[in-house]
Design a protein around this ligand. Structure first.
Ligand code: SF4
Length: 330
């Protein structure tokens, strides 16, 4: 008998075209896991409103992101991709869950503490406080058992587990409705941006997966390197060099030779960056080709999204039927 696959729920806020950090920090592991698990991929458009309530770009951003998911290898036949806003059950389950967790617990969430530190008090909205509750609804609606996350997201998974336990205890049925999902840390840490800060489109320090070769070459020239290596003959320190970390990811065959030549002052940063850009261009070539295919077959893209939303809706409705029955509110 075929073993039932565990369910993975993973998603991103729709920020439009994706960059290298998304590829190495999330997409590659999603693709690697899709045979072993049943994956659901959420376009978290409601979550995006937390930081910017302007919704005018959300649809186009969602489509741009979806195309990058497809180009990276997410298979729509086995992994539904869907917008959070189109599955109304997310909002309903969020409401139910909001009764099962105290505000004191949510105020202890480290991500909220960071936002309180970074934002003006008047910019903090209920959505910031309730973010992990909506996330719990996103995961548990599909009975997600595994959630690929960065380390900073682990506290949110813990809140999801607490809400799951609380619901199951409050509304007991023969087989508890919700699992307690585990966070799975993504293997390759998210790449740093070209300026040495967190890679982010809003900062403008990214290489997009859709960038043309000449754009990649141009951007790579701006990358920060070891500040002590001014001339080619200066001995460099690859372990503190951003470009070297890109070589580690995209140029594994040459990485040790580059380390040795950098340290010995035999390799200059200009040449090193050119080689790095070339490897990235080669690595992204299949992605650019697939992206171009989907951009010229938009009917297919819309139909993939439509199909993903129908499948997600079906699963969400099944879960909510169980929830209503357990709560005697059917
Ligand atoms: S030679 Fe390469 S690895 Fe060494 S400091 Fe320059 S860019 Fe970095």
């Amino acid at each position: 008998m075929e073993r039932k696959k565990k369910v993975i729920l993973s998603g991103m806020r729709p920020t439009g075209k994706l960059h290298l950090g998304h590829l190495t920090g999330a997409l590659e592991s999603w693709v690697a896991l899709q045979g072993e698990f049943q994956n659901y991929h959420l376009i978290a458009d409601y979550h995006a409103l937390t930081t910017n309530p302007d919704s005018s770009f959300l649809y186009q951003n969602s489509i741009d992101m979806l195309i990058d998911w497809l180009a990276a290898g997410i298979d729509p036949k086995i992994s539904p991709m869907f917008r959070q806003s189109q599955i109304k059950e997310h909002s309903e389950l969020h409401l139910i869950f909001s009764m099962l967790i105290t505000t004191a617990r949510l105020e202890r969430n480290p991500t909220l503490k960071e936002q309180v530190r970074d934002l003006a008090m008047e910019s903090l909205v209920y959505g910031h406080l309730g973010y992990p509750v909506l996330q719990a609804a996103d995961i548990l609606l599909y009975k997600g058992e595994v959630v690929p996350v960065g380390e900073d997201q682990l506290p949110h998974i813990e809140i999801t587990r607490e809400i799951s336990r609380r619901f199951n205890a409050q509304y007991p049925v023969r087989v508890p409705i919700f699992p307690e999902p585990e966070g799975r840390i993504t293997k390759f840490a998210r790449l740093t941006g070209l300026d040495g800060k967190r890679m982010s489109k809003s900062i403008g320090n990214t290489i997009l997966l859709s960038d043309a070769p000449d754009a990649i070459m141009k951007k790579m020239k701006t990358a920060v390197t070891d500040p002590q290596k001014i001339r080619k003959g200066d001995p460099g320190h690859p372990d503190i060099c951003l470009v070297f970390s890109y070589h580690t990811k995209f140029n594994p065959a040459e990485v040790e030779a580059i380390r040795a030549d950098c340290q010995a002052g035999k390799l200059g940063c200009v040449d090193c960056k050119t080689r790095c850009a070339q490897r990235i261009i080669e690595a992204l070539e299949p992605h650019r080709e697939k992206r171009a295919y989907f951009e010229s077959h938009m009917d297919e893209v819309h139909s993939i999204l439509d199909n993903g939303e129908q499948r997600a809706k079906q699963k969400a409705a099944e879960t909510m039927n169980e929830v209503h029955a357990a709560m005697n509110m059917g």
